[in-house]
Write a protein that binds this ligand. Structure first.
Ligand code: PEP
Ligand code: MG
Length: 583
């Protein structure tokens, strides 16, 4: 049994079989073959091995021809491994004596060998381990051939283990079959993590290297409450987690009931708790969890996973779907936030030069660079706004000039619709996300121009602390409790209060119970959170008074270390609502 830890990003406990997504998305089928099939399986293995050898030989010849003999030398090492009698014998023995499938046996033996090389302490040999993993992939490709299974073809429940999952891959996960997932990389507020929460799949990210220990089919436990991945759990651990799973389920069910009704503090202040969505279908999950409206609709997900250009009608239909679920409540549509980790297939060509995606052409910058795209979306928003209470906001605004430019395009679109006599609502509120430090610093000036603010703490934290939100290597620097982050959030809340405009926090910070009393104490009265967090957040609000929260905030302002602030907020949360904490 091995226990690994990662970043817990979506709560819950899952116990099931591993589905490993390697670099080539192979799934290694279940381990055993029948006694009668042993000889034919050995033959199948040997044929695959021969084919791999032929393939390497062909590559060697090609490389010699184009680059010269020295470069082709690397293939010699590959061929040595393919023809290594000891390796072949070990794999054959597993097939013959333990009746393991060739895929499973080859994967086990090659990975074990690669790991031994990695741990010999010799740099050259450690690098050869990569050749072994390459070899494993080639062999699996030949063995599995047409049988290669992909994530979209799942027919039984599994736990997905991968180096990384892109946001669009995550969005495509079917919760019916994907019990949970764990990835080697990823950060707490990466879009992959956010989607796991939206899909209500227990998940952990940023576990570090673990795939070399797994072939697929092993028993796995994912503890999404505490960020634990357990490979090959013993009987006692499985039983312990079955109990934890049951406890989580019943507590979760009990909490869901708390979503309905208003969130009013003990001293009578009503707080609006809206939901964040990525797809129109999630609107129903928001109503189920008791959302007072939609505080953030990440519309770019309409584009992800598809090469096809989206039409005005595609947008329009998506917005109408949300309005059908929320005909009266506020629906806040954020215009496209493509770029960074969300690049639609059809836009890949824009990002070929390897520039830093987080600081590059992203969000409103893309919309302003591709005004046709921007106008198409704005037309759909203004048309849909006839049918409900829509407001629009622009993401990643970093200067007043940029906001004005976006507003100008917005006005152009209104005029076009007017000229074309197309029914639309030109009087919707136009706001902005505050998620770049420059915007928070200039909050007072912005407050004179915008109709509302929505604070995107996920990005605000990464840009303030120069720590990539998706990179586990810098996760210790990415800290919502950092006093600099609290300073900027407070600045925006105060600017909104002084200008008397609405302000909400839609970043993950407001989905974290620990931060809610602090945000209320700073003056926040509207939050937008992951749908499944709504009941807990509402119940927490019902257990605090604004006075307590203001006192708590004043104490937090006096602390200058993120660690102290975090410990303080955790302690206060336990004092307010111990029963809301996930075990
Ligand atoms: C944010 O940055 O906090 C935010 C809500 O936007 P996203 O997570 O989509 O970048
Ligand atoms: Mg953002």
């Amino acid at each position: 049994m091995q226990i690994k830890t990662g970043i817990a990003v979506s709560p819950g406990v899952a116990i099931g079989r591993a589905f490993v997504l390697g670099a080539e998305d192979f799934r290694i089928p279940d381990g055993s073959v029948s006694v009668d099939a042993v000889e034919s399986e050995v033959t199948r293995f040997k044929t695959a091995l021969r084919n791999v050898d032929e393939e390497i030989k062909a590559n060697e010849a090609l490389t010699t021809q184009h680059l010269g003999k020295e470069y082709a030398a690397i293939f010699k090492a590959h061929r040595q491994f393919v023809n290594d009698p000891k390796l072949i014998e070990q794999i054959e023995t597993l097939i013959r004596e333990q009746h393991q499938s060739p895929e499973f046996a080859a994967s086990q033996v090659l990975r074990k060998f690669a790991k031994e090389l990695q741990h010999l302490g010799d740099k050259y040999l450690a690098e050869r381990a990569a050749d072994i993993f390459d070899l494993e992939r080639s062999l699996l490709r030949h063995l599995l051939g047409e049988k290669r299974e992909e994530l979209s073809h799942l027919t039984v429940p599994v736990i997905v283990l991968a180096h990384n999952l892109t946001p669009s891959e995550t969005a495509g996960l079917n919760p019916k079959y994907v019990q949970a997932f764990a990835t080697e990389v990823g950060g707490s507020t990466s879009h992959t993590a956010i989607l796991a929460g939206a899909l209500e799949i227990p998940a952990i990210v940023g576990v570090g290297e673990f795939l070399t220990d797994i072939s697929g089919g092993e028993m796995i436990i994912i503890d999404g409450n505490n960020g634990r991945l357990i490979i090959g759990p013993d009987q006692a651990t499985q039983e312990q987690y079955q109990v934890a799973q049951e406890r989580f389920r019943s507590k979760h069910q009990a909490l869901q009931k708390l979503g309905s009704g208003q969130a009013i503090t003990t001293d009578g202040t009503e707080i609006t708790v809206c939901g964040n969505i990525e797809f129109p279908e999630e609107a129903t999950s928001c109503t189920k969890h008791g959302a007072d409206g939609i505080g953030l609709y990440r519309t770019e997900f309409l584009y992800l996973g598809s090469m096809r250009e989206r039409t005005e009608d595609d947008h329009y239909q998506a917005y109408l779907k949300v309005l059908k679920t929320f005909p009266e409540a506020t629906v806040t549509i954020r215009t496209l936030d493509v770029g960074a980790d969300k690049i639609p297939g059809g836009m890949m060509h824009l990002y070929k030069d390897g520039s830093n995606p987080e600081l590059g052409l992203r969000s409103i910058r893309v919309s302003l660079a591709c005004t046709d795209l921007f106008k198409t979306q704005l037309r759909a928003i203004l048309r849909a706004a006839v049918h409900g209470n829509i407001r629009v906001m622009f993401p990643l605004v970093s200067s007043i000039a940029e906001f004005r430019q976006a507003k100008m395009v917005y006005r152009d679109v209104c005029e076009d619709l007017e000229d074309q006599k197309i029914e639309h609502n030109p009087d919707i509120q136009v706001g902005m996300m505050v998620e770049v430090p420059s915007a928070a610093i200039m909050a007072e000036e912005f407050a004179r121009e915008v109709d509302f603010f929505s604070i995107g703490t996920n990005d605000l934290i990464q840009y303030t602390l120069a720590a990539d939100r998706s990179d586990p290597l810098v996760s210790k620097y990415y800290n919502a409790s950092d006093p600099s982050v609290l300073y900027l959030v407070r600045r925006v809340l105060f600017a909104a209060r002084d200008a008397d405009i609405p302000v909400s926090v839609c970043g993950q910070m407001s989905s974290e119970p620990m931060f809610v009393p602090l945000l209320l104490g700073m003056g926040l009265r509207e939050l937008s959170v992951t749908p499944q967090a709504i009941p807990v957040i509402k119940e927490l609000i019902r257990s605090v008074s604004i006075r307590d929260c203001e006192e708590l905030a004043t104490k937090a302002y006096d602390l200058d270390l993120a660690r102290d602030i975090e410990n303080f907020l955790r302690g206060e949360l336990i004092r307010f609502s111990p029963e809301l904490i996930n075990e």
